[in-house]
Ligand binder design. Structure first.
Ligand SMILES: NC(=O)c1ccc[n+]([C@@H]2O[C@H](COP(=O)([O-])OP(=O)(O)OC[C@H]3O[C@@H](n4cnc5c(N)ncnc54)[C@H](OP(=O)(O)O)[C@@H]3O)[C@@H](O)[C@H]2O)c1
Length: 247
């Protein structure tokens, strides 16, 4: 019998860190099931892209439920096994002028929307895919942020609090999923060169010990490490990927 490829499900695959992560796993021979709101684009050069892309709006819990059912159906082809779930999709809304929304100005519906995408969607996916992750002895990576641990000049309050909550959730999940053989970790990027960055981020570079932005591929490499046997005893940690910015 031929050995099946390991499989990863990754949210927010269409740009930035997610895009680089698909390329990293796909290049290492994994089957990648990607998801985001947009349809698969032919700008994405990995094989089996259109067939393995699921369009889902993570801000809509009903739509997310349907997507989980579709994911589980697709995992049947892999013997019902899922080796990695990467909760990467995230949003960071600004006000109409493009400025930061703080704790006094963030409309409550915006705050709830951010929490649904950045915080509730990851746990809904992890719970929905629990048996497949358990079957494979899989690994979950939640993408948090440096903004979860300190006030950030551009990232707003809803974003920061959702990422702090996701970091805490990652610890809780490591405790709960660990006895089932599933590792759970978080990665907290700093300023990575993607579309999510605000104008003016260049000014932050002088405060970063490595004096440069990070590259999406550098984040993808850490996610890959956390999803493979190289990190087989790592669970419940949050790895900073920020050139030393947090010091
Ligand atoms: N870049 C940084 O410096 C940085 C720093 C700290 C943390 N992070 C975190 O890293 C992760 C990736 O960031 P990025 O910079 O690569 O962001 P990005 O370029 O803005 O990409 C975000 C991804 O999330 C998807 N997405 C957004 N809303 C969605 C929704 N409602 N349903 C489904 N998918 C949705 C987008 O796809 P569609 O538009 O097709 O839906 C896109 O693929 C995020 O969690 C972010 O908070 C980034």
């Amino acid at each position: 019998m031929t050995k099946k490829r390991p499989t990863i499900i990754l949210t927010g695959a269409s740009r930035g860190i997610g895009h680089a992560t698909v390329k990293r796993f796909s290049g290492a021979g994994w089957r990648v099931i990607s998801c985001s709101r947009h349809a698969f684009s032919d700008k994405c050069p990995w094989p089996a892209g259109p067939e393995d892309h699921i369009q889902v709006d993570l801000s809509d819990p009903d739509n997310l439920g349907l997507a989980v059912a579709e994911m589980r159906k697709r995992l049947d082809d892999e013997g019902g096994r899922l080796h990695a779930l990467v909760n990467n999709a995230g949003i960071s809304p600004k006000d109409d002028a493009g400025d930061r929304l703080d704790s006094m100005t963030t409309p409550m519906h915006v705050w709830r929307h951010v929490f649904q995408v950045n915080f509730f969607a990851p746990i809904m996916l992890a719970r929905g895919l629990f048996s497949e992750l358990k079957e494979a002895g899989g690994s979950i990576v939640n993408v948090t942020s440096i903004a979860g641990g300190r006030v950030h000049p551009f990232a707003g309050t809803a974003y920061a609090t959702s990422k702090a909550a996701l970091a805490s959730l990652s610890r809780e999940m490591a405790a709960d999923f660990g006895p089932h053989g599933i590792r759970v970790n978080a990665i907290a990027p700093g300023e990575i060169d993607t579309a999510i960055l605000s104008p003016g981020t260049e000014r932050l570079i002088e405060e970063i010990p490595l004096r440069r932005l990070g590259r999406p591929e550098e984040v993808a490499d850490t996610i890959f490490f956390l999803c493979t046997d190289q990190s087989s005893y790592v669970s419940g940690s949050e790895i900073h990927i920020n050139g030393g910015q947090h010091v």
